[in-house]
Design a protein around this ligand. Structure first.
Ligand code: SIN
Length: 554
């Protein structure tokens, strides 16, 4: 039997990336906040964001232009009203960051030549699919700066408790307690990784900010924590899930056996970096053959073009050529990337940088509305875990940190102002976790084997280019693995590894199901057996767990 304890908090925030930390800081004005984060709080996807935050800052840029670029990248699936409202809220939320103490790089810190009076203006980067320079950044470690400053603020706030090394096992919803009435989130069960105690955290408002799921693929730019926990938990709590077939592959991760998919920011191409492939003794640009924006085309197109070139030529990688810049400039503008490449023996100022695509961002997620509210009352989803309609079939670069900030603000404002945080059951009616007759496992190999198998077949069968046959193969595999994991889950005392594997498998199945359901190629979902409709608006994919008349844990 795993021991348990319980607590109440006004706002339960699951996840400690930009969305979670910003929401916690805002919610602290309204009540007690508990942040649950499964490792050290700084270990999240945001921490590794290099590029920055897309926002209309310059007078000669416009919201309309940013909206147009977002819709164009999103391949007919963005929700234009959401796009417009998130883009328009950008400047106010960037002001929040500046007020919290974030430093964005100024022109004077990097420019090789400066116009008069330009030194203090923001140095705006450019990335794929953007028609303008509009990416605010802190060198090439924007995410690190965001997490550092916001986390420091959260730690200093007496109304915020941070539970590190605590992994959420499941959301608690009224579906788990009683079946009558509207489904409402009551909090979450979380496991303390150190003591293995399971806590029942009851809350008036639960904000899911649990991030992405890149670990579902063999090669990913994401850190180990990105196992899709939020989407999997929300699905189990009967929330609606959307558009999971749209998994974005970043075109340029460093190709080196020891680099563990280290990202080479798209901002490098924004500074004129050109993608090239080896032809005999020469290295030649190839992106112009695929798109008029060349190396700065939207990400789905660049990743697919690279995939095609690699398959066509049998080469292991393509190359990024940024040698037109001086070492001084590259060191100033991309200090972290430059140093990292140097560690692997690549001087970006004189050498070509070998790159390959890797899984990067989940554009689908928990369906949420303009306030971050999900289809489950008192459950909000913000950041990568959510699907608001901003990204459509392909996220525009650096729109995700913008979305995280805007939606954190809106979710808290909505929860504090409009939501009824009175729970439909008393705190005492919320059951503690019960592990029933489960015993300690003597078959840990099941976990590591299934973990590896899922990630490999997802890469091979559900990657950048899909076919009906590959998807069907993946479906057969995941069905068997899921069955095995479910049996294992209920028979043995749960561990963090098992929880993550169960979530990973569940998210893999959602990606496959959504991909099988989409009878067209669109944006990031490219199925070689299906046509790409030109100019047509598409429809979102919806997934919802079938209702079962059972009471949980019986
Ligand atoms: C990058 O720096 O290339 C990543 C930016 C993003 O994924 O939005």
């Amino acid at each position: 039997m795993q021991a348990s304890e319980r607590a109440f908090t006004n706002y339960l925030v699951i996840g400690s990336g930009l969305a979670g930390l910003a929401a916690a800081l805002k919610a602290a004005s309204h009540g007690a906040v508990t942040i649950v984060t499964k490792r050290q709080a700084a270990e999240c996807n945001t921490q590794y964001a290099q590029g920055g935050i897309a926002c209309v800052i310059r007078d000669d840029d416009s919201f309309e232009s940013h909206v147009r670029d977002t819709l164009e990248a999103g391949a007919g699936l963005c929700h234009p009203d959401i796009v417009r409202s998130i883009v328009s809220d950008g400047p106010a939320r960037i002001q929040d960051l500046l007020d919290w103490g974030i430093h964005f790089t100024r022109r004077g810190e990097v420019a090789e030549r400066l116009e008069a009076g330009e030194a203090e203006s923001f140095d705006l980067g450019r990335e794929g699919g953007h028609s303008e320079r509009r990416i605010l950044h802190s060198g090439d470690i924007t995410g690190n700066e965001l997490v550092r400053v916001l986390l420091e603020r959260c730690r200093a706030n007496p109304r915020i408790t941070i539970l590190e090394n605590h992994l959420a096992i499941d959301l608690i919803s009224t579906r788990h307690v009683q079946w009558q009435g509207e489904n409402c989130c009551l909090g979450a069960y979380v496991i303390d990784r150190d003591s293995r105690r399971i806590k029942t955290l009851v809350s008036g408002c639960t904000i899911l900010a649990a991030g992405g799921a890149g670990k579902v693929y063999l090669y990913t730019s994401n850190p180990d924590v990105a196992t899709g926990d939020g989407v999997a938990m929300a699905y189990r709590a009967y929330a609606e899930i959307s558009n999971m077939e749209f998994f974005q592959f970043h075109p340029t991760c460093l190709y080196h056996p020891n680099a563990k998919s280290f990202l080479i920011s798209e901002a490098v191409r924004g500074e004129g970096g050109v993608l090239k492939i080896r032809r005999g003794r020469d290295y030649v640009p190839f992106m112009e053959d695929y798109h008029e924006m060349g190396s700065l085309a939207p990400r789905d197109i660049v990743a697919r073009a690279i995939d095609n070139e690699l398959k066509r030529t049998g080469q292991p990688c393509v190359y990024l050529d940024v040698r037109h810049h001086s070492e001084t400039f590259l060191r100033r503008r991309f200090p972290n990337i430059f140093e990292k490449c140097l560690e692997f023996g690549i001087n970006m100022a004189s050498d070509l940088t070998p790159v390959v695509p890797a899984a990067h961002y989940c554009c689908g997620g928990v369906r949420s509305d303009t306030n971050g509210a999900t289809t489950v009352r008192n459950l909000y989803a913000i950041g990568e875990v959510a699907c608001t309609g901003l990204h459509g079939a392909n996220r525009l670069a650096s729109n995700s940190l913008l979305e995280a900030l805007v939606m954190a603000h809106r979710a808290v404002a909505h929860a504090a102002r409009d939501a009824d945080q009175n729970l439909p059951v008393s705190h005492e009616q919320v059951p503690d976790w019960s592990s029933g007759d489960a015993v300690d496992s003597d078959e840990q190999i099941v976990i590591s084997h299934n973990w590896d198998e899922i990630r490999r077949f997802m890469w091979d069968y559900v990657g950048i280019v899909r076919t009906n046959k590959r998807l069907q193969r993946a479906k057969n595999r995941i069905r068997m693995i899921r069955k095995e994991i479910e049996t294992y889950y209920w028979d043995f005392i749960i561990t963090p590894d098992l929880i993550e594997l169960r979530n990973l498998a569940s998210v893999a199945e959602m990606i496959i199901d959504c991909a099988l359901g989409r009878q067209e190629s669109r944006g990031l979902h490219y199925n070689a057996d299906l046509p790409t409709p030109v100019g047509a608006r598409g429809k979102d994919t919806h997934l919802r767990r079938p209702a079962k008349a059972v009471i949980w844990h019986e």
